[in-house]
Design a protein around this ligand. Structure first.
Ligand code: KPL
Length: 303
């Protein structure tokens, strides 16, 4: 572990799923102090997590939420898209007016209806790391890249020490494009892995599953071309999805993991978000719609 950087912020992590746990681990390894926010301020948690990282011996990490007096100046937000409003609400009064919020979640539109402090700085992050959690065990199936940024060219000071531990973490001032690219890949891989109940790599069957990927991707490219224009959207959603499915072949997608655990999935904020955009542009995405409906039905069964 490194020495704490000068004037290092204290980080609060909300959402100890796979990426949240891994982020907390990297923040601690970079020398920052970290607290985990429990789901309700009155509810203290202590978690022990196991990280069989490729470069280190397995290790156990304890995180505490024992400093509730500290205002939240730096929040690492990794709750599931559909849990965001509920998980964040009790902490809103504790957020500093100029808080930095790093939002590392699948999906889009998660903060739309939340009254964040007016001066807070929302930084989005988008990761293609293949990570999953099984009880307190974190499994890293693929260390890829994580783009992080707002619209500024200058990264915050805390990024540099973090980058030394968080492999593949890059500042990207054009984060919107990165987020759309991630969203579209998630919209192809996640619902299909959840419906076929297969790992990412098993979508690459040269047959029915790949044809389903193509149908989703074509509809999505049709929509994104309308939103961004031909010159700004490369219409390569299928190629990017095939490539990520190959790179994360052994991974259980987050949507399949939710489904297997009997939890609600993020479908409303991934393909559901795309359907809401499609409505605004007066287009229909029939195959996306049918995947959303099938997953919504499964969400209802899990409630
Ligand atoms: O983001 C992912 C997810 O599972 O949510 C991918 C990149 C598809 C890796 O599994």
């Amino acid at each position: 572990m490194l020495n704490p950087p000068k004037n290092a912020p204290h980080w609060h992590v909300l959402g100890l799923g796979s990426l949240g746990s891994l982020s907390a681990y990297y923040l601690l390894q970079s020398g920052f102090t970290v607290s985990v926010l429990p789901r309700a301020p009155t509810h203290l948690v202590a978690r022990t997590l196991h990280f069989p990282l490729p470069h280190t011996a397995p290790l156990t990490l304890s995180l505490r939420a024992d400093d509730q007096g500290i205002p939240i100046t730096h929040l690492w937000l990794t709750v599931k898209a559909h849990d965001t409003a509920l998980a964040l609400r009790p902490w809103l009064p504790h957020l500093a007016s100029n808080a930095t919020i790093v939002c590392l979640q699948n999906g889009m539109g998660t903060l739309d209806d939340i009254a964040l402090p007016a001066d807070c700085d929302v930084i989005y992050a988008s990761s293609t790391n293949g990570v999953w959690r099984d009880a307190d065990q974190i499994h890293i199936a693929a260390e890829n890249t994580t783009e992080i940024g707002n619209h500024s060219n200058t990264p915050p000071e805390w990024l540099s020490p973090l980058q030394q531990q968080f492999s593949g973490l890059h500042w990207n001032h054009n984060i919107d494009t990165a987020r759309w690219q991630k969203l579209t890949v998630n919209a192809v891989i996640n619902p299909l892995t959840a419906l076929y109940q297969c790992r990412n790599g098993a979508l690459l069957d040269g047959g029915e599953r790949e044809r389903a990927m193509e149908k989703l991707a074509n509809e999505i490219d049709q929509l994104c071309t309308l939103i961004f224009g031909h010159s700004n959207w490369q219409a390569d959603t299928l190629q990017r999805s095939l490539s990520i499915a190959r790179q994360t072949a052994r991974n259980t997608s987050s949507m399949l993991a939710d489904r297997l655990a009997g939890r609600s999935t993020e479908i409303e904020f991934i393909n559901g978000f795309l359907l809401r955009q499609a409505e605004k542009y007066d287009v229909v995405l029939p195959f996306n719609q049918s995947c959303v409906q099938r997953l919504q039905a499964l969400n209802q069964l899990s409630q």
